[in-house]
Design a protein around this ligand. Structure first.
Ligand code: ADP
Ligand code: ZN
Ligand code: MG
Length: 486
């Protein structure tokens, strides 16, 4: 409710551009992996847009877009075509982009997104193939001149656009939708989903309506380059539009840009200034017929998707929803977890493995600044760790000390021996430590004898410390009690 007594509802639909991971570009043979290449080294007459150069379709890119469509529950029409989208900008050497207009590769899909425990069913209007543009670099030269430079390494890199239905109702839902979408693209190996590198970009459309009423006119926001920025921009825009409507104003349809440093959006162009792209069918490329055999062949390559894997982890290994979620965020991590278990998937072993990976191993991953999909231990090392933990040869505390010291190919057991961290399976040594503790803490001993059961905890802790953390708590308790009751 608001001061006007009206009940507003936010409506959001996202348009995502994701670079498609292929060896070569969309319409020529240039390498599409340009990240560290000097400017204008991955170029040819086609992606430079020289007159007379003819495009040739990249089949791998088409297949990856279809795989994406299938993962997003889309239908794949048997016929589609490419269209020219015409506009003039220095990063677009041909003066048009080869894209798809009215007949895209994939249509009518959806994904389910969990937000605060609720499931949001978000429609996907379409997924189509297009090509990326070059990049402009604006800078000041040493002699003080302002220059704008063009790098065409990115020009012609396969790009897909995933257009979402206006089914999202809050900035949080938009954020979760993006995270889920990116996770799917990474799982099926069609995109790195890297937002900072510009391989995954999002334009957000947002409007406000009265609950149950017709949609309001939408504002398109551009220039966000992180999930956080998308959520912040939408939150800002939601509030701005509500304020205007509350005050009796109207929202014009326009494109606005997010200014990260100021945390605001500013108007870039209104509907009247919108582009006329003069779409028409691309005359240099034939339309595509997508056979059922082609689609089923691609469907056969579909890996298990994140949501299914999350549910399977929870049910097959009796893991908590949180552990199942964390372990399936990245496909490589989920693979590593399952490879570590191997054939022995008893719930106890699975739970122990999950615990170690989710907590200590991932903490070390963070400390070392490794990418989300790379753990600091190999499958072999994780297995070795699991073995000695389950065998009771390594206490939790000793393992925490062990992990950061583990060499690149070293087995945890060897490292534990090297560092003298293996469990003390020697009653005599534990008894010596227990006696020394009893002598050193007469007050705690007195408390215990006076019936304060809690005092034993202190004595156990001190005894374990004296063994360098190597004694097992159960052994210590048993031997301490024997000594105290002597
Ligand atoms: P356009 O004609 O400008 O291309 P579309 O209808 O194709 O607009 O939608 C483009 C994007 O805007 C889609 O992601 C869609 O979900 C979203 N969208 C459409 N209408 C609205 C609206 N009223 N409010 C918020 N988002 C919207
Ligand atoms: Zn080229
Ligand atoms: Mg549209």
């Amino acid at each position: 409710m608001s001061s006007s007594g009206k009940q507003w509802e936010t409506v959001i639909g996202l348009e995502v551009h994701a670079q498609v991971l292929t060896a070569s570009k969309m319409y020529c043979g240039c390498s599409a992996r340009y990240a560290d290449a000097p400017p204008n080294t991955h170029v040819c007459p086609v992606c430079c847009g020289l007159p007379g150069a003819l495009p040739v379709m990249n089949r791998a890119a088409i297949e990856k877009v279809i795989l994406t469509g299938l993962a997003l529950n889309c239908s794949i029409p048997s016929f589609c075509k490419l269209d020219r989208k015409n506009y003039v900008y220095p990063d677009l050497p041909k003066g048009y982009q080869i894209s798809q207009y009215d007949l895209p590769l994939c249509i009518d899909g959806s994904i389910d997104v969990t937000v605060d425990g609720r499931t949001v069913h978000a429609g996907i209007t379409r997924v189509h193939i297009e090509e990326d543009t070059g990049r402009l670099v604006h800078r000041v030269e040493p002699d003080g001149r302002d220059v704008s430079l063009v790098d065409l390494n990115r020009s012609g890199v396969p790009l897909m656009e995933i257009v979402g239905e206006p089914d999202l109702r809050s900035p949080e839902e938009a954020r979760e939708y993006l995270i889920a979408l990116r996770q799917i693209l990474r799982y099926i190996g069609v995109s790195t989903g890297n937002m900072e590198e510009g391989a995954f970009r999002c334009d957000a459309n947002i409007s406000i309506r009265e609950v149950g009423g017709p949609f309001g006119s939408k504002v398109e926001i551009k220039n966000m380059n992180s999930f956080r920025a998308v959520e912040r921009a939408l939150r800002y825009e939601e509030e701005r539009q509500r304020d205007v409507l509350e005050a009796g104003g109207t929202i014009p349809q326009e494109t606005r840009g997010w200014v990260e440093a100021q945390g605001i959006t500013i108007s870039q162009r209104t509907k009247e200034q919108a582009h006329d792209y003069r779409y028409f069918p691309e005359p240099d490329l034939p339309p595509l017929r997508v056979s059922e055999e082609m689609v089923s062949g691609i469907r056969d390559r579909m890996p298990e998707l994140p949501a299914a894997r999350r549910q399977r982890f929870a049910s097959a290994y009796a893991l908590s929803p949180q552990d199942s979620n964390v372990l399936t965020l990245e496909r490589e991590i989920a693979d590593t977890f399952e490879a570590t278990l191997g054939a022995d998937t008893t719930p106890e072993r699975a739970k122990t493995a999950a615990n170690w990976i989710v907590n200590d191993v991932m903490a070390l991953q963070k400390t070392r600044g490794l990418p989300a999909e790379t753990l600091p231990l190999s499958v072999d090392q994780l297995r070795g760790l699991l073995d000695i933990v389950i065998a009771g040869e390594l206490t939790g505390r000793a393992a925490k000390e062990l992990l950061p010291e583990l060499g690149p190919d070293e087995q945890p057991r060897d490292a534990a021996i090297r560092l003298n961290l293996l469990v003390l399976n020697d009653d005599g040594a534990v008894r010596d430590a227990a006696r020394a503790t009893i002598e050193a803490f007469p007050a705690a001993v007195e408390d215990f004898r006076a019936g304060k059961q809690a005092a034993i905890g202190r004595l156990i802790g001190e005894t374990i410390k004296r063994t360098g953390g190597r004694a097992k708590p159960d052994d210590v308790r048993r031997i301490l009690l024997e000594e105290l009751n002597r």
